[in-house]
Ligand binder design. Structure first.
Ligand SMILES: C=C(O[C@H]1C=CC=C(C(=O)O)[C@@H]1O)C(=O)O
Length: 413
């Protein structure tokens, strides 16, 4: 187990706001991550006082506190990015600092540099002129391609190549120099209390990722409880008047029930592979994720009772990529994606989240996410294709998924 002398004095950081520290770390080229766990008001900011994120294997029980970020396609186990938790700050809802974990100490020159730059970033630099952007609707060039590959996938499923594949697409929009990522993060965190909201800056890649994920991949808390979930099946959560449809009025069709059952079965198969029978399974239940409802089943294991502390690492390597983002069976559906999807998903549908922060690990699937790079905001969304899929509806589903973020941050771009 890792042990570092951690400085927990508030003094140096007192009065600083997350957006000031965010901007300072970006300017200094330090990788950083800002996040909020589902149903929590506490926001955490992790800053890695190093030139880049290091690469590692996600052996969760052996890691020091940090933030992991993995691409969708790990090519049989490629390393994942690890943002070292040199400084981890916890902010209350009123943005005051609740806790500081500073592994380098207040005297460290990079810590001093960061704090003095953050102090000089005045909150008044926030642009007062709102940049309005009308989200374009209707058909785009890529709609045709997407619907064509959905039709191809349905044909492949009917020919028994696989049972399900999750096909994704992107949507590009420009963003202006006035764009304030930390402000967009707070808007999302407020709009989606149930989601894992995160903002990650990767200076080496010259990109930022903002997202509101509804799907936990692997969680392990300091009391030894391991959790994962199967999440699939999608329906609009609001009627045409914009009112939330009550959860209990939601009815699911055969397509969605089957699609989600495949994900649950996949998780159970992973447990079987390691001969683990002592898990609880709750669901499926209808769960809200932004502007959408999904079907969700929760799985839980007491790793202490089983004396199995490495379960989270083992399950991570078995689960990713799950059938909620790849397909069933995994190998032929992944092969189909690599050949047909036609673009690099990068970190979309990979996983990300804090590892060993206060003894807890919370890794989420990188869904409902947008990448900011070179003036282009790229939204990513996918839909589970089964033999009952209708290409037009799947496209519309991906539009709804893009809207999860767009609705909240369009005026910020
Ligand atoms: C692949 C995505 O969502 C997954 C998670 C929930 C429901 C899904 C679905 O209904 O297809 C997807 O499996 C995405 O948001 O890009």
């Amino acid at each position: 187990m890792f042990s570092v002398q951690t400085d927990t004095r508030l003094s140096l950081f007192e009065g600083l706001q997350p957006n000031e520290l965010w901007k300072a770390s970006k300017e200094l080229g330090f990788p950083a991550a800002l996040w909020k766990l589902p149903f929590s008001n506490e926001v955490k900011l992790l800053i890695s006082l190093r030139e880049g994120a290091r690469k590692c294997q996600p052996e969760l029980d052996k890691l020091s506190p940090g933030f992991l970020m993995a691409a969708f396609d790990r090519n049989g186990g490629d390393d994942v990015l690890f943002l070292e938790g040199d400084i981890i700050l916890s902010f209350a809802e009123d943005l005051s600092i609740r806790q500081v974990e500073n592994a380098l100490g207040e005297e460290h020159p990079d810590v001093q540099k960061l704090v003095s730059l953050a102090e000089s970033v005045s909150a008044d630099t926030v642009s007062k002129t709102p940049v309005h952007y009308t989200v374009p609707g209707g058909a785009s060039g890529s709609r045709e391609r997407y619907e064509r590959i959905v039709a191809l996938a349905v044909a492949a499923i009917k020919q028994n190549h696989f049972k399900k594949v999750v096909l994704s697409r992107t949507k590009d929009l420009p963003y202006s120099d006035h764009f304030q990522p930390a402000r967009a993060f707070y808007k999302l965190a407020k709009a989606y209390p149930h989601a894992f909201v995160s903002l990650v800056s990767l200076p080496e890649q010259n990109e930022m990722w903002l997202g509101a994920s509804p799907e936990a991949l692997v969680q392990q808390t300091s009391d030894g409880i391991f959790r994962t979930m199967s999440l699939a099946g999608t329906q609009k959560a609001r009627n045409d008047a914009g009112d939330l449809i009550p959860r209990f009025d939601i009815r699911w069709g055969e397509k969605e029930i089957g699609e989600q059952a495949l994900v649950s079965r996949y998780i159970v198969e992973c447990f079987k592979k390691i001969r683990l029978r002592e898990y609880t399974e709750t669901g499926p239940r209808t769960t809200l994720a932004g502007n959408l409802y999904h079907l969700r089943t929760d799985f839980e294991v007491d790793t202490r009772a089983l004396n199995f502390p490495e379960l989270a690492s083992v399950m991570l390597s078995l689960l990713h990529p799950t059938s909620a983002i790849c397909g069933v069976p995994k190998a032929p559906s992944l092969d189909f994606l690599r050949k047909v999807e036609g673009y690099d998903r990068s970190f979309y549908s990979g996983f990300l989240g804090p590892a060993q922060v206060s003894g807890d690990t919370h890794l989420f699937v990188n869904l409902r996410t947008v990448r900011f790079k070179d003036g282009v905001a790229t939204f990513f969304a996918g839909a589970g294709i089964t033999e009952d899929s209708v290409p037009e509806r799947e496209w519309e589903e991906t539009e709804l998924k893009c809207e999860t973020l767009l609705k909240v941050i369009a005026t910020e771009l």
